[in-house]
Each structure stands twice: as C-alpha cells, then as structure tokens.
Design a protein around this ligand. Structure first.
Ligand SMILES: Nc1nc2c(ncn2[C@@H]2O[C@H](COP(=O)(O)OP(=O)(O)OP(=O)(O)O)[C@@H](O)[C@H]2O)c(=O)[nH]1
Ligand SMILES: [Mg+2]
Length: 366
C-alpha cells in the first residue's frame, strides 16, 4: 500500500491542529502509523508541542511556509515515510497561506504521484468567519486578509466547516447550502473535532479519494502579501517559576489581559495560543477573535515550575505586539512568578515566494 499525504489548510484558528490531533488518535487506534507535519514562519510552535501528545511521528517545518520551502516540506514527507514507516501523513500549512494547489499539490503530483497518494486538499473554515464572508462582513480583518480566506476556500477540494458543535442542525445545513452554492467545485462538509461529529465522513473522503488539487485559484500576490504583512507574528517560549502556582489561573489571566489589550487597540486577533506544561500535565489556551473569552482545555495544575510556549498572530506591527505581550506577561507574573525567556521571535511575514507555482492541474494515473 502506498502512503498517503493529506493537507489540511484553512485560516488562523480554524481548527486545523485540533483536527490533526483527533484524526491522529483515531488512525493510530485503527492500527495506522501516522506522521504529522507542522509549519510556521518561526520555530517554537504550540502546535508541535501539542501534537507530541499523540502517538504520531512529528516533523516541524519552520522558518518559512511549505510553499516557499517545497524541499523542506517534501523532505519531511519522505522522512516520515522512509524512516518512520508512516502510512498516513497529515500536514498543516501556516494559517495565512494560500495557493497551495498551485505551489504544493501540483508539483507533488508531478514529482511524487507514483510514489505516494496525495489526498484532496481540505480547507477548514470557522463557521463565524464563513458566515461573515458570505454576508460580505470582514470580522475586523484587513480586506487583504479576508482575500486570503476567500482564496483558501476557492482552491479547496473539500471545504470543511469546522466547530459544527457551535451550530444548530438548521444553521449547519443552511451554511452548508450557501457554501456549496458559492463554491460549487468542492465537496462541503461540517465537522467538529470536539464532538467527533462529521469526523468519519471527512476521514473517509481523505483516505479514499485520489483527486488532489482539482481547483486552482487565481491569486494576486500583491494582495496576498499585504494580507500576511498586516499580521504581527510572535513566537516565544518561557520558563516560569514560583511557589505552588495555579497555572490554569495564570494562563487564563494572561489570555484575558492580552485579549483586553488587543480589543482596546482595535487590533483583529487572528489566533493567540499557548501551551503550558507543568510536571506531567499541560493546558492549552486559545483566543481566536476579539471580544471573546479564552478557550482553555486540560489542566496544568498547581506546581512550582512550568514551561510555556506562546504564539500570537494579531493584526498590528510586530514591535507593538512584542511590547504588549511582554508588558502583560510582566503584569500577570507580578512578584510571585519569575519568568525567563528561552526564545522569542517577533516578525511580520515576508512576501510569499513559492518554489513552484503551476498554472495547470496535473493529472496522475494511480
Ligand atoms: N467548539 C469547537 N472549538 C474548536 C473545534 N476545533 C477547534 N476548536 C477551537 O478553535 C481554536 C483553534 O483551534 P486550532 O486547532 O489551534 O486552530 P488552527 O487552525 O490549528 O490554528 P492555527 O494553527 O493558528 O492556524 C481552539 O480554541 C480550539 O479549541 C471544534 O470542533 N469545536
Ligand atoms: Mg494550528
């Protein structure tokens, strides 16, 4: 049996890593050897640390998106197949990336179409953002960032409306209907990695179909570059020390404080996420929009020491983002917690310069 490569794209906070986590656990239970690939503009990824809690073998491609580092991506795929004997590889590109059909799927079909199976491109879309887009609203995002989301959806083979547990059955049906009407070249599904609803249907599609990259979007790279450049991007890892600290409370306070600052400066939140590990337990916390309470899952309990990785993608200059994060960290730590920065990078993504960019769909005979 040939190994299979599944790409799961979609905008920041759409639910990609949560889906990879649940899918990896399901596939491992069914006796599959799973490989997972994460991707970011910089190292120190919450997603990689989180996915290490699955049985999957992980490769991180950081420093550049998959499309601008095609060799890095395909090396990761080959490593997982050859050295880790992975049968199924699931890869998550950077959430602000688009044009994956032209820059990843077509060249992969041409170069590796005989070696492994490339599954249809899944693009996850948060139902709230999707409704906003269908109604012509921007949810506070820069129009060029909304352009990226539209292009992501346009090139999808499978549009998966995520977080279906937040919708009533009627709302889900209506959103599915409107989406299928607007983007009629794709299969439209609803899925919830939280409740498992729609997971089997999605897994059946991506583990049996072989029609990867049937759609190509016409992407204007000036608008695409602007949509990425308006985002400040911060990745940091910190060591935290104190005396019997309630780390769940700490994470909640930090996310609340950051949320207030971003809302006060009218800066659209793409995704702010953190993973905090203390002893053998961990918590994961996220903010995926403005004026919303942080979402915190699992627990890091009470301990003296913790390690925290924080990734923030917020619509503001990187210097301002770094200043806000450092100020709020210091305020929440107060005099009780001593923090040392192990790694910190703050940037705004550069213009995407893909290794390959195909203008036609490659046919593969399996
Ligand atoms: N209610 C609900 N929330 C979900 C679901 N899937 C993901 N989320 C939440 O959505 C937020 C973002 O999830 P991630 O899986 O980290 O999103 P992502 O697409 O990987 O984000 P980036 O890597 O930053 O682009 C988290 O707070 C998740 O708990 C779901 O099925 N239902
Ligand atoms: Mg992710």
């Amino acid at each position: 049996m040939k190994a299979r490569v599944i790409l799961v794209g979609g905008f920041l906070g759409a639910g990609k890593t949560s889906l990879l986590f649940e899918a990896a656990n399901k596939l491992t239970k069914n006796g599959k050897r799973v490989g997972l690939i994460t991707n970011d503009q910089a190292p120190e990824l919450v997603d990689t640390t989180f996915l290490e809690y699955t049985e999957g073998a992980i490769r991180e491609v950081s420093g550049s998106c998959f499309c601008c580092n095609y060799e890095g991506f395909t090396d990761a795929v080959l490593h997982l197949i050859k050295d880790k004997q992975a049968d199924i590889i699931i890869a998550e590109p950077v959430g602000s990336c688009t044009d994956l059909s032209a820059t990843i799927l077509q060249p992969m079909k041409e170069h590796f179409g005989r070696d492994f199976v490339i599954a249809p491109l899944t693009v996850l879309v948060d139902p709230k953002r999707l409704s906003d887009i269908l109604d012509g609203r921007y949810s506070g995002l820069h129009p060029s960032a909304v352009y990226i989301i539209r292009k992501q959806i346009e090139e999808a083979d499978i549009i998966a409306i995520s977080k279906a547990d937040l919708l009533t059955p009627g709302e889900a049906e209506e959103l599915k209907r409107r989406t299928a009407k607007e983007w009629s070249n794709a299969t439209v599904l609803t899925i919830s990695s939280r409740t498992g609803e729609g997971m089997d249907e999605w897994m059946k599609e991506v583990t049996s179909r072989t029609d990867a990259g049937s759609n190509l979007a016409e992407v204007n790279y000036d608008i695409y570059a602007e949509g990425e450049a308006v985002l400040g991007w911060l990745n940091a890892t910190l060591e935290l020390k104190g005396d019997s600290i309630d780390w769940d409370k700490f994470a909640e306070n930090l996310l609340n404080a950051l949320s207030r600052r971003f809302d006060a400066s009218n800066s659209a939140v793409g995704h702010v996420k953190l993973i905090l590990q203390a002893k053998d337990s961990f918590l994961i916390g996220n903010l995926t929009g403005n004026n919303e309470a942080p979402n915190i899952r699992r627990s890091a309990g009470i301990a003296n020491e913790a390690k925290m990785t924080l990734n923030a993608r917020v619509q503001m200059e990187p210097e301002k983002l770094e200043k806000i994060v450092l100020e709020e960290m210091a305020a929440v730590c107060g005099t009780d917690i001593e923090s040392s920065i192990l790694a910190l990078q703050c940037l705004s993504p550069g213009r995407p310069q893909p290794t390959y960019r195909y203008d036609h769909v490659i046919k593969v005979s399996q």
